[in-house]
Design a protein around this ligand. Structure first.
Ligand code: NAD
Length: 299
């Protein structure tokens, strides 16, 4: 029978991911700082413990899914962190989107304890997490990739090896920077077309058969009423929060600064998402930038 897998961080993404491990027959031992978020998993048969150290004390494979870099540092190296009790030879997989420099630090700290750390951030939202269709971008020692893959394929449709530790984060950060730029571009384009008298559905149709087509125009259109089953059709609820996008754009800026890479549009996108956070959009899906651009008009 399969041995226990540890899971830390049972939020919007972590909970459905842990459920998929259970579904594949892995006993799960889990923890979260909010006891509330552990309830459902406990009812499904997972063992719930008080802190990350206790998880690592019992499981030699642990997945973490936390909001941002400080949470990851705390969960790995804090007083009740994984590394306090980690067993030699353990595999630690972090699927949070964080600073690649922090992933590298965690890998060094884990190695000192005889454990292996890999970064494996994901693409695909809560829907993909629930249906086990996430894409994992994995960085770390190549010899450990097969072991990581065994667990990650229970939660994702694509598991891609990127290179040394931190390169999974690099791929994720690049993708989200382009996604943000594309979403803002789609939003301002749609708004201009509407003000020029075009029907938004017709304009989207034309863009999607022309060279302006992108994921934000054809799969996740930000204009209410153009598509069904996307956050723009549901008052921008659910989906991928503006605050998380602002965080990812901040990570892109940090890595660009460290490597002296010009990213002018990424920088502007970061500022736009920051302004949105300051104006009450934090919890809305990031496609609400369309609404933000139209604020003055609607008043
Ligand atoms: P979330 O805030 O819903 O969940 C994070 C969970 O971690 C929470 O339940 C929180 O209580 C827990 N946590 C925080 N600190 C902890 C600690 N010290 N010990 C134990 N638990 C702790 O966030 P999410 O939407 O699940 O996202 C997680 C990560 O995945 C983020 O880095 C995000 O950028 C990334 N991501 C999210 C999406 C999405 O669509 N939501 C998509 C791709 C990637």
């Amino acid at each position: 029978s399969k041995t226990q897998v540890g899971f830390i961080g049972l939020g919007n993404m972590g909970k459905p991911m842990a459920k998929n491990l259970l579904k594949h027959g892995y006993p799960v031992i889990a923890t979260d700082v909010f006891p509330e978020s552990c309830k459902e998993l406990q009812e499904l048969g997972a063992q719930i413990v008080d802190n990350p150290a206790e998880v690592a004390d019992q499981a030699d494979r642990v997945v973490t899914m936390l909001p941002s870099s400080p949470n990851v540092i705390e969960v790995y190296t804090g007083p009740n962190g994984i590394l306090k009790k980690v067993k030699k030879g353990s595999l630690l997989i972090d699927s949070s989107t964080i600073d690649p420099a922090v992933s590298k630090e965690m890998a060094v700290a884990a190695e000192k304890m005889g454990a292996v750390f890999m970064d494996a951030p994901v693409s695909g939202g809560v829907g993909a997490a629930s249906s086990g269709k996430l894409t994992f971008m994995v960085g770390g020692v190549e010899e450990e990739f097969t072991a990581a893959q065994e667990l990650l394929t229970c939660m994702g449709a694509n598991v891609v090896y990127c290179g040394a530790v931190g390169t999974g984060q690099a791929a994720k950060i690049c993708n989200n920077m382009l996604l943000a730029i594309g979403m803002i571009g789609t939003s301002e384009t749609m708004n201009l077309g509407i003000r020029l008298g075009l029907d938004p559905k017709l304009l989207a149709k034309i863009l999607n058969m022309s060279s302006g087509r992108c994921w934000s125009s054809d799969t996740y259109n930000p204009v209410p009423g153009v598509m069904e089953g996307v956050p723009s059709g549901n008052n921008y609820q659910g989906g991928f929060g503006t605050q998380l996008m602002a965080k990812d754009l901040g990570l892109a800026q940090t890595t660009a600064t460290n490597t002296k890479t010009p990213v002018p549009l990424g920088s502007l996108a970061h500022q736009i998402y920051r302004m949105m956070c300051a104006r009450g959009y934090s919890g809305k899906d990031f496609s609400s930038v369309f609404q933000f651009l139209r604020e003055d008009e609607e008043n």
